[in-house]
Design a protein around this ligand. Structure first.
Ligand SMILES: [Zn+2]
Length: 451
């Protein structure tokens, strides 16, 4: 065969292969949704607008027009147009919670105790919990959350199912197992497995910088979106609040995560550990109940976020601390109040899982009770947390080009922040998840592979 004809055959073969394939499906017609909003807080921090329409094309916001529109100029003839009447509602961006644990909650732990379960919960139980809790969290108006610490891979499974559109739920950023030293806050490895190197890695346990790098890489391999470490103990484990990780271990965690493009959240109470973590470049301090003035100064200078989790300082009785020590410490140090006054970036985080999932919005009440302006509390749960998550280009405000994550309440939450506990409309990525107070999609298990 002449070289020319060989070349011709090579060109022809892909064409033949294409000819045997079924014809490509025509693209789905555009889907327009017009959300008529009585009041719209498009960009928390700026004044709300009255009587406007948010025009959504497929999953993204296309435009915001004044007045109540019912048609879309220039829409293709085959496009569908749905009008949603929220003319008597206050519309704002979907809420975000930077600190949840979807794998469990007190009612689950209590039921286990009641039935005499002495074994730790299985990953299968964790995955079922994560599905239920994710759905309940979305139902409360939270369209994006960050799960900072689960014992196994169950929350990854829930995240993947939601991302694939197989299950309704919030967008989830997952950390995988939280990282700590042996006997540290996040070490829940049964004693008799302590010598098993693989069990230690998969439980996030590391002693020394080299081991800590390995644990970060293991979580990355699992598919982590963020890394969580616990350089101090906490209220829940009754071991005090002092440092439990060395500075070089924290540095190893942070530099490895940053090299891999992941942010690091540090559960930290003690002022020494907070300063060390901030100095090593941590992205957020979780809880920070004992934050001192020097820590505040450093966080402000470095742009480190505080995730206050005020709800976690009111622990439910399932924890071992019987007295209100956590409340006393919180009220004594007033870290939240002082950080807010100093201008530290404050994201929104609750520690849901230490209380019932779906009650995340109660955190707003504490924030406002302790002196935060309602507008700043809403800004924390939208604009600021989106910034912490690194997704500001995609979410956090209602602006053209962003994913259409919208919620609505009756009356203005700027006048009464508790209204955010009663979200009755939710749209996530342009899909209505709740309308008229009812979730629109029941659990469904599409079996497309059977068709
Ligand atoms: Zn937590």
């Amino acid at each position: 065969m002449k070289p020319q004809s060989l070349a011709a055959l090579c060109l022809l073969l892909p064409a033949l292969a294409l000819a045997q394939m079924p014809p490509a499906k025509p693209p789905a017609p555009d889907r327009y949704t017009l959300v008529q909003a009585g009041s719209l807080l498009a960009v928390p921090g700026k004044a709300p607008q009255e009587r406007v329409t948010v025009i959504i094309r497929n999953e993204r916001i296309a435009a915001i027009e004044s007045g109540f529109a019912t048609t879309v100029a220039g829409a293709p003839p085959d496009a569908t147009v749905t009008v949603i009447d929220l003319r008597d509602r206050f519309v704002l961006p979907g809420l975000m919670d930077a600190h949840v644990h979807l794998q469990g909650e007190p009612s689950f732990s209590r039921r286990r105790v009641e039935r005499g379960d002495r074994n730790p919960p299985t990953g299968a139980e964790g995955a079922v919990n994560a599905m239920i809790h994710a759905r309940r969290t979305l139902n409360a108006g939270f369209t994006t959350v960050r799960d900072v610490g689960s014992n196994d891979e169950s929350v990854f499974a829930a995240r993947n199912a939601i991302n694939a559109g197989r299950m309704i739920g919030p967008r989830i950023l997952v950390s995988g197992p939280a990282i700590s030293g042996t006997a540290g806050h996040a070490d829940n490895l049964p004693f008799d497995e302590d010598g098993d190197p693989q069990a230690r890695i998969s439980h996030g346990i590391c002693d020394g910088p080299v081991a800590c790098r390995g644990v970060v890489r293991y979580n990355y391999k699992l598919g982590a979106d963020v890394i969580k470490m616990t350089p101090t103990a906490g209220f829940s484990d009754n071991t005090g609040t002092e440092p439990q990780m060395f500075e070089d271990e924290m540095q190893a965690v942070i530099t490895t995560a940053h090299m891999l493009g992941l942010k690091v959240a540090a559960h930290a109470y003690s002022p020494i550990a907070i300063r060390q973590a901030v100095n090593a470049g941590v992205d957020s301090i979780e809880h920070g109940f004992l934050l001192d003035d020097e820590g505040i100064r450093m966080m402000k200078a470095k742009g480190t976020f505080l995730v206050p989790t005020l709800s976690a300082s009111y622990p439910p009785p399932v924890f071992r601390i019987p007295d209100p020590e956590s409340v006393r410490l919180r009220n004594q140090y007033k870290a939240f109040e002082r950080a807010y006054a100093a201008g530290v970036k404050i994201a929104f985080g609750t520690d849901a899982g230490t209380f019932s999932h779906g009650d995340n919005a109660k955190e707003f009440g504490y924030m406002v009770q302790f002196g935060m302006q309602p507008m700043d509390a809403i800004r924390a749960a939208t604009v600021v947390t989106a910034d912490l998550f690194g997704i500001s280009a995609e979410a956090g405000t209602i602006e053209p080009g962003k994913l259409a994550d919208l919620i609505a309440v009756q009356g203005s939450p700027l006048e009464d922040i508790a209204r955010l506990r009663h979200v009755d409309f939710i749209m996530k990525s342009g899909r209505v998840a709740k309308q008229g107070g009812q979730m629109t999609e029941p659990f469904s298990y599409p079996a497309a592979f059977l068709q």
